[in-house]
Design a protein around this ligand. Structure first.
Ligand SMILES: [Zn+2]
Length: 411
């Protein structure tokens, strides 16, 4: 059987501000307006949120994890239950990752060969093999609108030789993914690797662009390289990608990283940060991250963020939220996730509007200055606090898990 053609996403740029783009493309489950933040529902669920709550947040695309769904409940069952859309009752665009990031997260246990990666399931230690062909079979059964090529992702820093090897293997695997496709309604995106090495990024981009896929992602970042190298690598890599196709930066979620990357020409983002941080009581605001557990909020009758239009900010006080978190109520998880996902999804919708009305540069600078000032003020207050050492350890642990490639159970 000949390989079917790739679907035409009909990607079009509606407005630009420097390298930043407001664009739109089509999928079988509707249009996607970019820039957009795609919330991550690891096990086909945004933990703690109902479809109605997600609908109110109005994300352009939801993300689900191939590795987790392959283990439970299995792609065959999901296919028989109507694919991810039928199974979850979510009738809008969905993207599945390739599972590559998850299998390489199990690095000590992962054995890489040209065929793919052999690991042990993080659930029960059962042997598990994922390669380009099986990953495509799984993603075709899951039936998402956007699917990802199987890539070799390394934690950073990594020796140049290992990075070069991963770049070349990623190209070969991506070609195999493109060749074994049997569906013409799922857009396959390739993932550019190369760590923070400019030459390798250029090589990876060129090799993947030659395969003429419907879109491209920048992978292998937010794995320990730090904000400056992240920006530098995105600044170098984004312009190498085709201007007439979506560009997706994988695994990046801090608000300032998102907006700086939009300014560099990236369209799509995903990250487990908003849900993971939300569950832990780290809530985004225009003035930086609000630590809801802080004693200062015990009697605070204000909302998390007076400028946020989400259900949480419209209904609940900081004092009540702090109480929910301190007492470990389930509702805390729901409300923390709901606010944070709403905040990031809305932030990128706002960026899109600013690109369209010609105010992006000013808006971006104003947002970033205020957010950074809030974070600096917190760090200063925190440094003068007698319990600072303990909290600093906690905050550091939280930051580590935000970017840790080793974490499996995430969203
Ligand atoms: Zn809110």
């Amino acid at each position: 059987m000949p390989t079917p053609p790739h679907p035409d996403l009909r990607f079009r740029i509606e407005a630009q501000a420097g390298a930043a783009r407001a664009a739109r493309f089509e999928t079988p489950h509707g249009s996607v307006e970019t820039p957009a933040f795609m919330p991550v529902g690891t096990k086909a669920s945004l933990r703690g949120l109902t479809n109605a709550q997600i609908e109110a947040i109005d994300p352009e695309v939801l993300l689900a994890n191939t590795y987790h769904l392959h283990l439970r409940p299995g792609e065959t069952r999901i296919r028989e239950l109507g694919g991810l859309h039928g199974f979850t009752g979510w009738d809008r665009p969905i993207l599945t990752d390739s599972g590559g990031y998850q299998v390489f997260s199990l690095a000590e246990r992962a054995q890489v060969t040209e065929d793919g990666v052999r690991v042990k399931s993080h659930l029960d230690g059962a042997p598990l093999f994922l390669g380009p062909e099986s990953v495509m079979q799984i993603q075709e059964a899951l039936g998402a609108d956007l699917i990802m090529a199987f890539d070799h992702c390394l934690g950073l820093p990594a020796p140049r030789e290992a990075l070069a090897d991963a770049v070349e293997r990623t190209t070969r695997w991506t070609r195999r993914c493109a060749e074994v496709r049997t569906r013409d309604d799922q857009a396959l995106l390739g993932i550019v690797q190369g760590g923070t090495d400019a030459e390798l990024r250029a090589q990876s981009a060129a090799e993947l662009i030659a395969l003429d896929l419907p879109g491209y992602a920048i992978g292998g970042l937010a794995v320990g390289e730090g904000g400056d190298l992240l920006r530098k690598t995105v600044a170098h890599t984004a312009p190498l990608l085709p201007a007439d196709k979506p560009r997706y930066l994988m695994g990046v979620g801090p608000p300032l990283d998102l907006l700086d990357s939009v300014a560099l020409g990236v369209d799509l983002f995903d990250c487990v940060l908003p849900t993971r941080n939300g569950r832990r009581g780290f809530l985004y605001t225009h003035d930086g991250v609000l630590r809801i557990g802080a004693r200062a909020h015990e009697d605070d009758q204000g909302p998390v963020d007076a400028e946020c239009a989400c259900e949480v900010c419209a209904t609940y006080t900081r004092a009540y939220l702090r109480h929910l978190f301190k007492t470990g109520e389930h509702l805390a998880v729901t409300l923390g996730s709901l606010h944070n996902v709403h905040f990031l999804v809305t932030l990128l919708k706002r960026a899109r509007a600013a690109i369209q009305d010609g105010t992006f540069e000013t808006w971006h600078a104003t947002f970033s200055a205020r957010y950074a000032a809030g974070e600096a003020a917190w760090r200063k207050a925190h440094a003068e606090d007698p319990h600072a050492a303990r909290r600093s350890r906690e905050a550091q642990a939280a930051r580590r898990t935000e970017t840790s490639p080793g974490e499996i159970d995430d969203a």
